[in-house]
Each structure stands twice: as C-alpha cells, then as structure tokens.
Design a protein. Structure first.
Length: 92
C-alpha cells in the first residue's frame, strides 16, 4: 500500500495517517474498522479538490461538502419520517 494512504496503528487507539499533504496522529475510542472508513472518506473528500489549494482550504472545503451531505441526509430522513407519521395518522 502507498505510504501516504496507509493508516498506522500505534497502539492504545492511537493512529497515524495522511490526509492531503499532511500526516495526522490522533487517539480515538472508535473501533479500528470504523475509524479507517472515516479516514478514507475524509481523504477522498480532500483529494477531490484541486491540489493548488492549500491544505487548510482543502480541509475546509471537505468539511463544507460533508456538512452539505449531512444536511441533505437529515432533510431526507425528515421527509421519510413525515410520510410515516402521515400514514399512522390516516384513519383506516
């Protein structure tokens, strides 16, 4: 695996990984598989933006994109929930 895409476990829930042009090290209580998925998602978002932007700009844009996805998902869940509420309140 390419070193820039490797997530290294340092033990005790501590990991070292690359996103964009920078290596990060942090400790988490998340299970390893879930943490790896989250890092991969963040990495994909950051790498989708032009490389001529700074690391901070790419991270900010990735955050904005993720926030947009969460908001869209929240709206869709609300719509689905409303449909079920309407069905429950309709007389049979």
């Amino acid at each position: 695996m390419d070193e820039t895409h490797e997530i290294k476990s340092l033990g005790d829930g501590k990991y070292s990984f690359w996103i964009g042009r920078q290596r990060y090290t942090l400790t988490t209580k998340l299970e390893a598989v879930r943490f790896f998925r989250i890092v991969e998602s963040a990495r994909e978002l950051v790498e989708a933006f032009p490389p001529n932007l700074s690391q901070d700009e790419r991270l900010f844009l990735a955050l904005m994109a993720l926030s947009h996805q969460v908001e869209e998902l929240s709206l869709r869940i609300g719509e689905i929930s409303d449909k079920f509420s309407e069905q429950d309140s309709d007389p049979v």
